[in-house]
Design a protein around this ligand. Structure first.
Ligand code: TYD
Length: 208
């Protein structure tokens, strides 16, 4: 269930969805959870930033309710992630060891891409250390223009949801995905402009 690549632990039943804001990660994570629940006993859906103390603080910053400089924010994302992974009772690692499958909306590549733009890729890698990685990662490829038109319907906008920044982030995702692949993750790049059903079918055939 758990295998070691060169340094990082690779978690076989930890599935991560990534993409720009508006790419559809939340919808696809929920759909995969429904699919897995019919097949395995225990499935959790998680997200980063988490609902914990640090994650809640991060969401306040993203929503513009609190201020923070970019490096502090990158460190907060990394701290939230470590707690999410390593909490002895509720962490991903603990649940994974008990046989739970965990589907997560965003993880390390979000930091490598978004904070890579603001703080530099190498610094974000060092902030995140040797965190375990998922065996399967699904990257929903959606052009910035499509993401922005999807986001236009939402009432609340966050600090990163702007065209120029998202364009840089999309480019930064290439290095982020390349990096996590070297840690043992299988990266599946999917065309996220298709219907929810078509993307979901691809995801299911890849995890089957
Ligand atoms: P998102 O997951 O899209 O949540 P919501 O649907 O509630 O808006 O938003 C989280 C934002 O945080 C998104 O812009 C990506 C950003 N983010 C980072 O910049 N770094 C990270 O490490 C993570 C996990 C998210």
């Amino acid at each position: 269930m758990v295998s070691d690549s060169s340094m990082n632990t690779v978690l076989a039943h930890f599935y991560v969805f990534e993409g720009l804001d508006g790419a559809g990660t939340t919808t696809q994570a929920e759909r995969l959870v429904s699919f897995l629940r019919e097949r395995v006993d225990r499935v959790d859906i998680d997200r980063e930033p988490t609902p914990g103390v640090i994650g809640t603080h991060v969401r306040d910053i993203l929503a513009g309710r609190r201020a923070a400089d970019h490096h502090s924010l990158a460190l907060l994302f990394a701290a939230d992630r470590r707690e999410h992974m390593f909490d002895p009772e509720s962490g991903v690692l603990a649940r994974h060891e008990q046989g739970t499958h965990i589907v997560c909306d965003r993880y390390l590549p979000s930091s490598l891409a978004y904070q890579g733009v603001t703080c530099g890729f190498d610094r974000v890698v060092s902030f995140n250390g040797d965190i375990p990685v998922p065996l399967h990662l699904f990257f929903l490829e959606v052009p910035v223009s499509v993401c922005l038109s999807r986001l236009a319907g939402r009432s609340e906008r966050e600090i990163f949801e702007h065209e120029a920044f998202l364009q840089k982030t999309l480019t930064a995702y290439d290095a982020a995905l390349e990096h996590i692949a070297t840690l043992g993750t299988t990266v599946h790049r999917l065309d996220g402009t298709r219907s929810v059903e078509e993307v979901h079918d691809d995801v299911c055939s890849l995890v089957r």
